[in-house]
Design a protein around this ligand. Structure first.
Ligand code: CTP
Ligand code: MG
Length: 399
């Protein structure tokens, strides 16, 4: 028995508003395309896999698909091909279908957007096909009350009884030749393949779907999938969803002619730190970490020596500016951790006051720790001070 799986991944993901087509958006460190192919490795049938990719994305699609399917576990994958999609889902399926091997008994059609659909669902569809059902779709019970509504938003009839309704998912499976016949007959666009199959008179059987088969449509769907699947939050450039992390490091020489400002606090009777501004390594490292987390460049890019208006400005003023940039870009700080590295001053006695003030400024928990380098290096020799910071930021909608 040979099975062909068409993965339709050619949509642009307009509603997701990501910087790349939907199938290439990351979720927990992997693209949706990689996620949606992974469950195929759990099927024990010879498989032909056809990925339908957006125009211009065929090569990345093939590279990603091979990275999943050419692994040791994929002894059943006999062929992989990538084809350019069309203007509608129906057209994309047609283009995939054109590549299905004549030898295939069954064809599964799967939305890349249903990235976490488990192997079990694929298996249920295949089992029902093998039992002789010519068309099989995974279906979930409907939780909302569904009413017919016309375009003027008038409710036109009573609610359908929920028990008689189902929410349709993918993969949808069909006997190969019957599906070809249905697509040959079909004119127009349909939102799924069962509609095409039924239009040609084909019988369609429902099997249980899965909540993880949720289709990623809007940005918040990515957050739901992360929670459902317990995967690490998406590290999405542009902040589609999830938590983003940034690192900042700063080092300054001690300068006995200046007063010391550290973590926004003034220290008396100790040498200060040299620098374009007040040399506050703690606040500089924090600012860099926050900018980095939001992919907004670094301190130098915004407040560098080529910006004379920032000469002598307090570091907390720069941090406020940076927080404004984050806000404009759609991010809010979630937490910041800083380690100050120098022989003096000791952080312990001022930690509580410093953390409280910085947390208030940032609007999220800030923790400051201190350490020495055991007499080694520039900080150990007492020539200067350093700080390393890590910041987490989240899109506004998550806070
Ligand atoms: N799809 C496709 N070719 C198209 C349109 C959609 O292959 N021309 C695929 C999508 O990649 C997705 C599935 O069909 O895996 C379901 O479509 P949908 O969720 O609507 O995705 P998009 O069309 O990408 O999203 P949007 O409608 O928000 O633009
Ligand atoms: Mg669409």
């Amino acid at each position: 028995m040979t099975l062909s799986v068409i993965v339709v991944a050619a949509g642009s993901g307009e509603r997701l508003q990501a910087t790349s087509p939907k199938a290439f958006v990351p979720l927990g460190g992997k693209t949706l395309l990689e996620h949606c192919l992974t469950p195929l490795l759990g099927l024990d049938h010879p498989l032909q896999v056809i990925v339908v990719a957006p125009e211009g994305w065929e090569t990345p699609a093939e590279t990603l698909a091979r990275s999943v399917l050419d692994s040791d576990q994929s002894e059943w994958v006999i062929d992989l091909s990538v084809v350019t999609g069309g203007a509608s889902r129906t057209e994309s399926v047609r283009r995939g279908l054109a590549l299905v091997s004549e030898a295939a008994d069954y064809v599964l059609i799967h939305d890349a957007a249903r990235a976490l659909t488990p192997t079990d669902v694929f298996q249920r569809v295949v089992d029902a096909l093998k039992e002789g059902h010519p068309g099989v779709i995974p279906v979930l019970p409907v939780v909302d009350t569904i009413v017919p509504v016309d375009p003027s938003t008038a409710v036109t009839a009573e609610a359908h009884p929920r028990d008689a309704l189902g929410a349709v998912q993918t993969p949808q499976g069909f006997h190969h030749q019957a599906l070809r016949h249905a697509y040959d007959e079909f004119v127009g666009d349909a939102t799924d393949d069962a509609a095409v199959f039924r239009a040609a008179g084909g019988d369609v059987r429902a099997v249980p779907g899965h909540r993880e088969g949720l289709k990623v449509t809007y940005p918040e769907d990515l957050v739901t999938l992360e929670l459902l699947a317990g995967v690490a939050p998406a590290m999405a450039p542009g902040g589609v969803a999830g938590v983003l992390v940034g690192t900042g490091v700063d080092v300054h020489q001690f300068d006995a002619d200046k007063g010391l400002v550290l973590g926004g606090m003034e220290f008396h009777g100790v040498p200060g730190l040299a620098g374009h501004s007040d040399g506050d390594v703690i606040v500089h490292a924090m600012t860099d970490a926050l900018l980095a987390a939001a992919s907004l460049g670094d301190l130098g890019a915004h407040f560098g020596v080529d910006r004379p208006e920032y000469e002598g400005v307090s570091s907390t003023t720069l941090l406020r500016h940076a927080l404004g940039l984050l806000q404009e870009a759609g991010f809010a700080p979630a937490s910041v951790s800083v380690q100050y590295i120098a022989n003096h001053p000791k952080i312990g006695p001022v930690r509580e006051e410093m953390c409280r003030a910085l947390s208030g400024l940032v609007g999220a928990p800030v923790h400051v720790a201190g350490t020495t380098t055991d007499g080694l290096g520039l900080t150990g020799r007492g020539e200067g001070a350093a700080a390393i910071a890590t910041a987490l930021v989240v899109p506004h909608k998550l806070v």
